[in-house]
Write a protein that binds this ligand. Structure first.
Ligand code: 5GP
Length: 238
C-alpha cells in the first residue's frame, strides 16, 4: 500500500490517503510539542519509536478484545489504519495525580488515586483542549448520546486495566494516558491515534524516573533514550 495525497497534518502525525478509500497511512513525526504547541522541538527517531511502541500496545489490546484502527505496520514510522471519523473528545485516564490534575485541584503530585479517574477534554487546539463534562459533550454534539459517552468511559477503564497490569510486569507505573476514538463507516467505535510515551506518563517503578514526554515538557532531555527504554521493556512478548 502506497501513500497518496496528504489528507491532514497534525502535531505528531501526518495522514495520507491510499488507493483504498477505507484505509489511510499514518506517518509518525519526530516533532514534539507541549503546552498547546507553545513549546516545540524535534528528536530524530522519535516518530519511529512511537510507531513501534504504539503498534505493540494496539496489538496487545486487540488480543484482549479492544477494537482498534490499526491494520498493519508498513515501515519504521508508518501505520496502515482504518479510516474513521475521530470523536473530538480526548479520554484521559489517571491512576496517579500529576500534571493538570494537581494544578487544577491542588492534589499533591504523585498521590495514588483511590480509583482510576476518567476525564473528557474537548479536542480543540484553539480552545487549548478544555476539560468538559458529559453535558458539555452532548451540548457540543461531540458524541451521539449519553450511552456513547458511557462506552468511552468503559473502554478507557478497560484499556487502563490491561495496560496498567501489563506495564507493572515491565517495572513501569502507568501514571496516566490520553486516548482517542473514532467511528468507522459502520459506526463501530475504534481506538485510534496512538498510545506512546508522547500520550502516556510512565514512571520507573524502582527509581520513579520519568520515561515519557514530561522529559521534554520539563526540559530534562534524554527523550530518545527514555523512549528506547520503554520499547526495550515491551519488546518481544506481544
Ligand atoms: P495532563 O492533563 O496532566 O496534561 O495530561 C494527562 C495525560 O494525557 C498525560 O499522559 C498526557 O501525556 C496526555 N495528554 C493530554 N493531552 C494531550 C494531548 O493533547 N496530546 C498528547 N499526546 N497527550 C495528551
Amino acid at each position: 500500500m502506497e501513500k497518496r495525497e496528504l489528507l491532514y497534518e497534525g502535531k505528531a502525525k501526518k495522514l495520507y490517503k491510499t488507493d483504498d478509500e477505507n484505509l489511510l497511512i499514518a506517518e509518525f513525526k519526530d516533532d514534539l510539542t507541549a503546552f498547546n504547541a507553545l513549546k516545540k522541538g524535534k528528536e530524530e527517531g522519535k516518530g519511529a519509536l512511537n510507531a513501534k511502541i504504539s503498534a505493540k500496545l494496539f496489538r496487545l489490546l486487540e488480543k484482549e478484545g479492544i477494537k482498534t484502527h490499526l491494520v498493519d505496520v508498513l515501515g519504521d514510522n508508518l501505520h496502515l489504519v482504518k479510516k474513521v471519523d475521530i470523536i473530538p473528545i480526548e479520554v484521559v485516564v489517571r491512576n496517579i495525580a500529576t500534571g493538570s490534575l494537581t494544578r487544577r485541584l491542588g492534589i499533591k503530585d504523585g498521590t495514588p488515586l483511590p480509583f482510576s479517574l476518567v476525564e473528557f477534554y474537548y479536542k480543540n487546539d484553539e480552545l487549548q483542549d478544555p476539560l468538559i463534562n458529559d453535558e458539555h459533550a452532548l451540548l457540543l454534539n461531540l458524541a451521539e448520546s449519553e450511552a456513547e459517552l458511557e462506552e468511552l468511559k468503559r473502554l478507557g477503564r478497560e484499556i487502563n486495566v490491561i495496560l496498567k497490569n501489563y506495564f507493572a510486569k515491565k517495572d513501569l507505573r502507568l501514571v496516566d494516558f490520553k486516548l482517542e476514538f473514532g467511528k468507522d463507516s459502520e459506526g463501530n467505535i475504534l481506538l485510534s491515534d496512538e498510545i506512546s510515551p508522547d500520550s502516556c506518563r510512565f514512571w520507573d517503578m524502582k527509581t520513579n524516573e520519568k520515561l515519557d514526554k514530561d522529559r521534554f515538557r520539563e526540559g530534562i532531555g534524554g527523550i530518545k533514550v527514555a523512549y528506547e527504554e520503554i520499547l526495550r521493556r515491551i519488546s518481544g512478548d506481544i
